[in-house]
Each structure stands twice: as structure tokens, then as C-alpha cells.
Design a protein around this ligand. Structure first.
Ligand SMILES: Cc1cc2nc3c(=O)[nH]c(=O)nc-3n(C[C@H](O)[C@H](O)[C@H](O)COP(=O)(O)OP(=O)(O)OC[C@H]3O[C@@H](n4cnc5c(N)ncnc54)[C@H](O)[C@@H]3O)c2cc1C
Length: 505
């Protein structure tokens, strides 16, 4: 027990990618975190197969991207419903999807979490909860017939699509039901032809096989004439039969390491926050895994929420800051559900869809179309409503080159500690004076910019700014251009909105 009478500032339900990322963000900002996980340990199930540019940037902002790049495999192209998408090297330092299994992502995040002092309690399933004015009481099932109770100031449900925290909080989960069934398995596939590439369509559905190790494949079949019962067990035999139906053969499939099922059901929590309970990741949104966006969105939910919740727990920001988690991330989730519905429409079998794919594919050859779709999938074009009319306001800050007296050479190096940064590229003392009341919470960094223009994915080039207030999640809260007189009230308003009132000495 902590001296404050709670077991942790924040209890996180679920040690998947979202829960682990959130735990790390909270720890970096000084909060005491306890992760409770229903499973007894890692399953090694592969699940998601990749990370997109913005997630790679977010890990770079924390200085841990090298661990993921060391085992991941950059892909030359991405795809929208199986139609190839080109990337543009000018938009990000990481202009590619990185193929890396979810099991490896979770292992690396867990290692980082443990290094940061996150406590993880396995075999602990959230089975009940009750919130009041000062905190949340969480009931855990720890073994058959055994329960224990924890007390926290906040509870975050990162407990996946069937989230107990969401259900226990009576948060609605509206959306569209499943219209198809997909089966997935990690198997050996000795008879797959050497010229096989990616997705093959058939009159009843489609199938794909992606090699993760020599001889070992991730097989997915999608069938549109059946909707499985959610609670029906999944078997290797079902996967084999499904592959025979859509491909005409099972390619000698054997030795399954893992089989599972998913669908195109798309639902989103009506509220991401209810008092002291918050939802993130699949607990807040589920959708067809087209384009590989779910894990990425969950990790980015975590990066949006972590610093806000830590500031509220520390008492440096008002509780209302937590409402911006819903207002910023719910629209992002809505857009992802929308594009995955479009992708599943483009994936259905039939002559009409074949024609639609041809037309859509030819449109994707236009740079602007390709760029629009790329922005959605990579999440590089996410923009929050932070006020102000500077083109960078609300966007993710580009990783521009610069020089500081401490030897930093680019913007993301300034964000490793997950603290807000007031970046002064104009070299004037007035900015420091304006922000003096926040010096305990906001790092003022003076730097010389190396570039005259910065590239913003959905805007092309903009003149390099003279000063920026960067939130710990890497989004710009306020910016000013060279030649503009410093608007002291605007910078102070942004500091107050995001990091609480000025300290009065
Ligand atoms: C075939 C497939 C391919 C995919 N490919 C991609 C991809 O390439 N890229 C991508 O971004 N996404 C992809 N996804 C989606 C991705 O797998 C999910 O979005 C991601 O796992 C969500 O992470 P999460 O941490 O929010 O939830 P989860 O990974 O579901 O983790 C939730 C955790 O909570 C635990 N838990 C559940 N209930 C409780 C409870 N009551 N108490 C305590 N713990 C509990 C669970 O055991 C689990 O460990 C894919 C999904 C599928 C099915």
C-alpha cells in the first residue's frame, strides 16, 4: 500500500500493447502504475503484424525505436484493402510499414515498462469495479474462487475488444455488426507456390499468406457468406477447410502455432472517459484489421492519454484536461472505423467489387489520392483542435534537424523524457520570460534550426517556425513564425490550457 491509501495512482487493466505503452508513458511522467493482466504470462500469439510511420515516430520520441528496428523488417509498400500504397521519404524519417509481430512488440514494451518501474500483476482479471469521488475500487479474480480488491485514483481499461471495464462502466459500444468471418493461423505451408504474392481473391472470399520465417506463414482466409458465432471455438481444421474453400487447396498446411478468428464488426465506445474510468485501444474501438491500424491506434491513444493523466494525478493540471482525451482521440477512432469499413467493402467477392477495385486502384496512381490514403493509414496527418491558426497547431511536429548546446540534433531527441518542450528557434529572451511561471513543468530549449522549410505530410513545405510549444505526445500546442512579434498572451494561454496555471513565486 502507498502512503496515500491507494495501491497505485493508476491501475491499468490489460498488458497488451496499449496497456504497456500507457504504463510507460505514465511512469515517465512520474505516476505510480500497476498493470493487472488476466493471463498468467505472455502467450506468444503473433496477432498484429506491423507498425506504421507515426507509431515508429512515437517510439523514436521516447528513444526506444532502435529496439524495434533491430528485429522488424521495413516493407517497400503499404496497402489499402490489398491495393498498393507508395510512401514518400520526405514525410517521415520512417516512411514505411515495419513488419514486426505483436508478440515481439509486447515483449519489447514489457521490457521497457519493467526498466521504468511499472508493476505488472499477472493472473489478475478485473471482475468488478466501483468509482466514487476520490478513486476506484477494483475487484480482481486471481485464481478460481479467489478475489482481491485494489484501490486506485484512476482505472484505465486497456482490456481489449470485449473489455470488462467498458461493460462494468455501462459505456455504450455502438457500431456495425459482423458481416463476414476471417480465420487466421500461423502455420507451415510447404506446398505454397514460389510465385505466390500476398492476397488472392476468389469467387467466395480471399486468402493471404505472409512469410514471417522461412517455411512459416501467417495465413488468413476471409469468407463473406458466413458469420461465425462469437463464442464458437476456433480450430485448425476450420482454418484448413476454409483455405480449401477459397483457394481450392490447403497447400499442405500443418503444425499450427496459433489459430484465431476476427470479423468486420466495427464499434466504438460512446465515451472514452466516465469519471475516473478511461478506455484505450481495442477496449475503445474495434474494426476490421485492414491496413493494420488497430495496434497503432491503441499505442497512440496511450501516448495522448499518458501525460494528461499523469499531470492530473500530480495535481499540476485540472481534471478537465482528461476530457480532451475523448475529444481528440474519439474522432481519430471514428475516421479509422470509416476507412476500415471502406476497405472491407473493397474486399468483398464479386464482379462488381472487382470492377470497383480496378477503378479505385487506377485512382491510387494519382499522387494526391495516394497521399490522402497514406496519411490516414500512417496517422501522420492526425490533427487535434488546439486553437490558433498556425499551420502546425495541433499537428505532429516534424522531426526537423537542429542544434542545441546539449548536443541534440533533431526535434524528437528533445521528447525522450516525455516532458513538454518550449522550443525557441529565434534566440530571444522574451519567450523565456513569458513562460517563466511554467519552468517547473515545461523545458525551455534554445536551438538553431538547420532547415529553412519543414515538410508537413498534408501541406508540403512550410517556412520553418521561430518558436513552438510541443506537448509530450509530439503534437504542437502553439507555434509562431519568424518576423511575428511574440504574442505573450497566446503562448501563456496555450501553456495554461495544456499544462495548468502558472506557478506564482
Ligand atoms: C489478424 C489480425 C491482424 C492484425 N494486424 C494488425 C496490424 O498489422 N497492425 C495493427 O496496428 N493492428 C493489427 N491488428 C489489431 C491489433 O491486434 C489490436 O488492435 C491490438 O491487439 C489492440 O491492443 P490492446 O492492447 O488495445 O488490446 P489487446 O491486445 O486485446 O490486449 C488486451 C489485454 O487485456 C487482457 N484482459 C482482457 N480482459 C481482462 C480483464 N478483465 N482483466 C485484466 N486483463 C484483461 C487480455 O488478456 C490482453 O492481454 C490485427 C488484429 C488481428 C486480429
Amino acid at each position: 500500500m502507498e502512503s496515500s491509501g491507494v495501491d497505485a495512482d493508476v491501475v491499468i487493466a490489460g498488458a497488451g500493447p496499449t496497456g504497456l505503452m500507457l504504463a510507460c508513458e505514465l511512469r515517465l511522467a512520474g505516476a505510480d502504475v500497476l498493470v493487472v493482466e488476466r493471463l498468467a504470462g505472455r502467450t506468444g500469439e503473433s496477432r498484429a503484424g506491423g507498425m506504421h510511420s507515426r507509431t515508429l515516430e512515437v517510439l523514436d520520441q521516447r528513444g526506444i525505436l532502435g529496439r524495434f528496428l533491430a528485429i522488424g523488417d521495413p516493407q517497400p509498400v503499404g496497402h489499402f484493402s490489398g491495393l498498393y500504397l507508395e510512401f514518400d521519404e520526405s514525410e517521415s524519417r520512417y516512411p514505411y510499414p515495419l513488419m514486426i509481430l505483436q508478440s515481439d512488440i509486447e515483449r519489447l514494451l514489457e521490457e521497457w515498462a519493467v526498466e521504468l518501474g511499472v508493476r505488472i500483476r499477472w493472473s489478475s482479471e478485473v471482475t468488478g469495479m466501483r468509482q466514487d469521488g476520490s478513486g476506484v475500487t477494483v475487484e480482481l479474480g486471481t485464481a478460481p474462487g479467489k478475489t482481491r480488491t485494489l484501490r486506485a485514483r484512476y482505472l484505465v481499461g486497456c482490456d481489449g475488444g470485449r473489455s470488462a471495464v467498458r461493460k462494468l462502466s455501462d459505456i455504450d459500444f455502438p457500431g456495425t455488426p459482423a458481416t463476414m468471418t476471417a480465420l487466421i493461423g500461423d502455420v507451415e505451408l510447404p506446398d505454397l507456390p514460389e510465385d505466390y504474392v500476398w492476397v488472392r481473391r476468389s469467387p467466395t472470399g480471399d486468402y493471404s499468406a505472409i512469410a514471417f520465417e522461412p517455411g512459416w506463414y501467417r495465413v488468413i482466409t476471409s469468407e463473406y457468406d458466413r458469420v461465425a458465432d462469437r463464442d464458437e471455438p476456433v480450430t485448425f481444421e476450420q482454418l484448413r477447410e476454409s483455405l480449401v474453400r477459397v483457394a481450392g487447396t490447403d497447400f499442405g498446411m500443418h503444425s499450427p502455432r496459433w489459430v484465431s478468428r476476427f470479423s468486420d464488426a466495427a464499434r466504438q465506445a460512446a465515451q472514452y472517459r466516465k469519471g475516473r474510468v478511461l478506455l484505450a485501444g481495442d477496449a475503445a474501438h474495434i474494426h476490421f484489421p485492414a491496413g493494420g491500424q488497430g495496434l497503432n491506434m491503441g499505442m497512440q491513444d496511450a501516448v495522448n492519454l499518458g501525460w494528461k493523466l499523469a499531470a492530473v494525478v500530480a495535481g499540476s493540471a485540472p481534471e478537465a484536461l482528461l476530457d480532451t482525451y475523448h475529444s481528440e482521440r474519439h474522432p481519430v477512432g471514428e475516421r479509422v472505423l470509416h476507412n476500415t469499413r471502406a476497405q472491407s467493402a473493397l474486399a468483398r467477392p464479386g464482379a462488381q467489387t472487382d470492377a470497383l477495385r480496378d477503378v479505385f486502384g487506377s485512382l491510387m496512381e494519382f499522387d494526391d489520392v495516394n497521399r490522402q490514403l497514406r496519411g490516414m493509414l500512417t496517422a501522420l496527418t492526425v490533427r487535434y483542435q488546439v486553437g490558433g491558426d498556425h499551420p502546425l497547431a495541433g499537428r505532429r511536429v516534424p522531426d526537423a534537424e537542429l542544434k542545441t548546446s546539449d548536443g541534440a540534433t533533431r526535434v524528437y531527441e528533445l521528447l525522450h523524457a516525455a516532458r513538454p518542450v518550449l522550443l525557441d528557434l529565434r534566440g530571444s529572451a522574451d519567450l523565456a520570460a513569458a513562460a517563466a511561471g511554467w519552468a517547473d513543468r515545461v523545458d525551455l530549449v534554445e536551438a538553431a534550426g538547420e532547415d529553412d522549410y519543414w515538410i508537413v505530410p498534408d501541406l508540403d513545405e512550410i517556412p520553418a517556425p521561430a518558436a513552438l510549444l510541443i506537448r509530450p505526445d509530439g503534437h504542437v500546442a502553439w507555434a509562431a513564425d519568424a518576423g511575428d512579434p511574440l504574442d505573450v498572451s497566446a503562448v501563456r494561454a496555450a501553456l495554461t490550457t495544456w499544462f495548468g496555471p502558472a506557478r506564482q513565486d
